[in-house]
Design a binder for this molecule. Structure first.
Ligand code: IPM
Ligand code: MN
Length: 343
């Protein structure tokens, strides 16, 4: 996918400036490969990614030729589950006020992070269909919530808040309607919050959170929620920062090989047109570099992205005139020559 190529240009450029050579290995896994070979991921694929690499970058998946999206499930969800990447970290940060669909918001008003539980919930494929295809069909999809799973993501949210000077952690669930599974979230949140006395705990039902994210996003610092709710509100979050084209994400297991991907899908209707916005993919590489301990390199990528947005050097989705690779080249040049663009 085109945005991945642009993201790798940014990594190469930042590596040069910071005196690091990142060795890049590319795997062909995706819809083409699956249609040709019948294989989504080779049997040793997950273990190889985990054991032989420092970080994984996955481009957007999804192809109309694979109606059931099997390849996307195996590659993306498979990597999340098999590598136990329990933290889906999705920053929602407005880099230029022009990109916000809300009236009169400054960049300071949209600057929070979402931690989405990434290994359980409604994504575990526990369930089944009975009398499928008939008018008596019954379809069951179970939501899995474990103490360990809920505890580690909620704890991660508090730890992140404490380490990054954030003031509050908001846990969102639907415990008013889902009294069993989400009672566990309530219990864990009540257990952990007192261990972080400097951080204000807050609970919202997920529907109220969606409303407040639009009405007044400035009140949020750190949000933690389950897999499906996190999926939905991070698309909403992407909209607040300028659309799916600008949102990056990380799938982490702290201390282990983690995986990075843009929030956007493959947008098949834009394939090959040069209209895809590479910024989400590029910002995902910033999260990757941050995870590998190169915080300065990550900050530099974000600085250059913010400058292109400010200067209107964007793809058409953001009102600019540049193609995918023109934006990528522009970013790579800016990263390679930082003194030329530093204000
Ligand atoms: C995302 C995507 C995936 C998800 C899909 C492609 C399965 O929407 O990363 O947000 O639901 O997690
Ligand atoms: Mn999603």
């Amino acid at each position: 996918m085109e945005t991945t190529a642009e993201a790798m240009k940014a990594v190469a450029a930042v590596g040069e400036v910071f005196g690091r050579r990142f060795e890049l290995e590319t795997f062909p896994w995706g819809a083409d490969h699956y249609l040709k070979t019948g294989v989504t991921m080779p049997p040793n694929g997950y273990a190889m990614l985990r054991d032989q690499f420092d970080a994984i970058f996955i481009g957007a998946l999804g192809d109309p030729r694979v109606a059931d999206n099997r390849h996307a499930r195996d590659i993306l969800l498979g990597t999340r589950f098999e590598l136990d990447l329990y933290v889906n970290y999705r920053p929602v940060k407005l880099l230029h006020e022009r990109l916000c669909p809300l009236k009169n918001r400054s960049t300071a008003d949209v600057n929070f992070v979402v931690f989405r539980e990434n290994t359980e919930g409604l994504y575990v494929s526990v369930g089944g269909r009975f009398k499928a295809g008939t008018t008596d069909e019954i379809a069951i999809q179970e939501e899995l919530n474990t103490y360990k799973g809920v505890h580690r993501i909620v704890r991660h949210a508090f730890e992140f808040a404490a380490a990054n000077g954030r003031r509050s952690v908001c846990m969102a669930d639907k415990s008013n309607a889902m009294a069993e599974g989400h009672a566990l979230w309530q219990r864990v949140f009540r257990e952990l919050a007192p261990q972080y006395p400097g951080i204000q705990p807050r609970h919202l039902y997920i529907d109220a959170l969606a409303l407040l994210m639009v009405q007044n996003p400035a009140q949020f610092d750190v949000i933690v929620t389950n897999n499906l709710f996190g999926d939905i509100i991070t698309d909403l979050g992407a909209a607040l920062q300028g659309g799916l084209g600008v949102a990056g994400s990380a799938n982490l297991h702290p201390g282990r090989t983690s995986m990075f991907e843009p929030v956007h899908g493959s947008a098949p209707k834009y394939a090959g047109t040069g209209r895809a916005n590479p910024v989400g993919a590029v910002l995902s590489t910033a999260l990757l570099l941050e995870d590998l301990g190169h915080a300065e390199a990550a900050a530099e990528i974000e600085r250059c992205v913010a400058k292109t947005l400010r200067d209107g050097e964007t793809t058409v989705d953001l009102g600019g005139k540049l193609t995918t690779s023109q934006v990528g080249d522009r970013l790579a040049r800016m990263i390679a020559a930082p003194q030329a663009t530093r204000a």
